[in-house]
Design a protein around this ligand. Sequence first.
Ligand code: NAD
Ligand code: DAU
Length: 360
Amino acid sequence: MKTYLVTGGAGFIGSNFIHYMFRKYGDQIRIINVDALTYAGNLENLKGLEEKYHYEFVKADIRDKKAISAIFKDNDIDYVVNFAAESHVDRSIENPEIFVETNVLGTLIMLNSAKDAWEDKDGNFKEGKRFLHVSTDEVYGSLEDPDDYFYEDTPYSPHSPYSASKASSDFLVKAYVDTYHFPAVITNCSNNYGPYQFPEKLIPLIINNALHGKELPVYGDGKNVRDWLYVDDHCKGIDMVLNGGRIGEKYNIGGHNEKQNIEIIHIILDTLKEILPDDDDRKKNVSEDLIKFVTDRKGHDRRYAIAPDKIKKELSWEPETRFEEGIKKTIAWYLQNEEWMEHITSGDYADYYEKMYGRR
Ligand code: NAD
Ligand code: DAU
């Protein structure tokens, strides 16, 4: 039985990944989820897994060398999947420091702890060990030419403190491969959407605000383009790269689903109107009149678009969920899980929202 050490597994993609893996492999695998439970970590995302599967949660910070090496000492870890990160661009513009601490230093500590556990005295690594670092398309910067795409060899050109910290962490992973022949792979994925996403990100924020009749803040002219992928298709890609990817390589993951932000907002409003029953009180709140163009994000990247040719060719990865279907599933999930949203938005979220949007 393979043992996976998943960091950041209480966040959006990490928790979806854990669910995806247990749905696929059931009792055949063991997962240890290490998460510091920052504002973005939520154990509600993983309710009931301990009773059903070989699953264990450890509250620890990836910057805590002692705690992380103890986990490697106490368990024979086969695979590391490193999701843990500060992930929100707007927060990185307000407070870059924690992004460097977690995303750069934390990744270094993960790499070192795995290296210590997996390397013998001659500098060789035990068979079958893999470290997968989960990264982003934002490291490549912004595309201006509409015919351009991000390929694996596109030069890095990060613009926000968030993407600069992720780029730094990618370089550290690459340095471990080149220097020590450390068995790592990197994935660079486009924007994910789906269940359990924290409502500081565009799609859940718009769904939640529309249901409550709150303004829908559109940064700048609303024409910035993101390449949206249903979260399970990202998880599928990670599983495939972990099992079949070539050590030392990086793989872009994305489904050629580019949309302007303003289009996304209209799709959400139309879908809400379509699926909410007429006698649901929330339906009367949903209106285009809520759309409000606000001050742009500083250094706002114009367009991201992934060329997923390599992962398709080498590993036969294909996205399974079309956007039209994925967004309906996602909206339906948020409608059915209002309590989940209420738990999140009843805490510090109100202060965050006032700080970010109060003067925009
Ligand atoms: P998220 O913010 O929802 O979750 C991050 C998780 O990491 C949380 O559970 C948090 O508690 C945990 N964490 C933060 N700091 C930690 C620390 N110091 N020690 C241990 N745990 C810590 O993020 P997400 O959207 O799920 O993104 C996960 C990863 O995927 C990130 O590395 C991000 O850069 C990458 N990524 C995200 C997207 C996207 O669209 N969301 C796309 C491509 C790549
Ligand atoms: O591309 C992958 C990245 O996608 C990940 O690496 C990041 O972790 C993830 O947060 C996401 O970054 P973005 O900045 O693209 O996502 P966000 O949801 O914050 O914003 C999406 C777009 O919507 C972006 O152009 C900014 C815009 N936006 C966002 C918010 C929160 C608005 O217009 N209004 C808003 O209120």
